[in-house]
Write a protein that binds this ligand. Sequence first.
Ligand SMILES: O=P(O)(O)OC[C@H]1O[C@H](OP(=O)(O)OP(=O)(O)O)[C@H](O)[C@@H]1O
Ligand SMILES: O=c1cc[nH]c(=O)[nH]1
Ligand SMILES: [Mg+2]
Length: 210
Amino acid sequence: MRVHVADHPLITHKLTVLRDVNTPSPVFRALVEELMTLLAYEGTRGVKVEPVEIQTPVSPTTGVRIAEPRPLIVPILRAGLGMLEGMTKLVPTAEVGFLGMARNEETLEPTTYAERLPDDLTGRQCFVLDPMLATGGSLAAAIEFLLKRGATDVTAICILAAPEGLAFLEQELEGHDVTIVLGALDERLNELGYIVPGLGDAGDRLYGTV
Ligand SMILES: O=P(O)(O)OC[C@H]1O[C@H](OP(=O)(O)OP(=O)(O)O)[C@H](O)[C@@H]1O
Ligand SMILES: O=c1cc[nH]c(=O)[nH]1
Ligand SMILES: [Mg+2]
């Protein structure tokens, strides 16, 4: 598993406002989208392209286009939905599939309550979007779901992660071709399974449920 922490002052600046408990939901949503555009740029460095011959007004030349089969973007509902627009702006021809997952806040175990994905993901490059990688249970389950359908090349883009969650993913996904792109790697998890310093519950802050 490869882990890449995006290191850019604009990302850190936007993250600081995102973390602030006084940032209201509409601003939080806008910031997630802006951050996602920057993280999508990092996260798609390995997107598969194929050569294409074109004619400029001056001469023929060889360029590239996104390779077939098209990449699949998988936001994990709810909070991952806030990242979708930022990603599809960069890769507008990608297909989008959905996974709905919720973490039981007492046991911290994830459950999957919705799935709308292609049956066969053989040869598909997959990009999973979820802002928070805390214990890693939700992301591990989501990635394992894609691997079982035949995916072999998975990149997850998260805004924040805890070291405990990364260690869990490392152990669960050993031997698989998985890349994790992060906006920041935080200090730790607290006793309730929340990322510290973190930003609280991403879904609640995005959709105004608190
Ligand atoms: O790494 P974990 O310990 O599994 O926690 C992270 C998960 O928790 C949050 O979702 P949540 O379950 O709160 O669902 P929501 O997006 O509907 O708020 C977050 O978006 C991740 O999916
Ligand atoms: O800190 C955390 C942990 C899990 N889910 C969140 O939304 N935030
Ligand atoms: Mg939540």
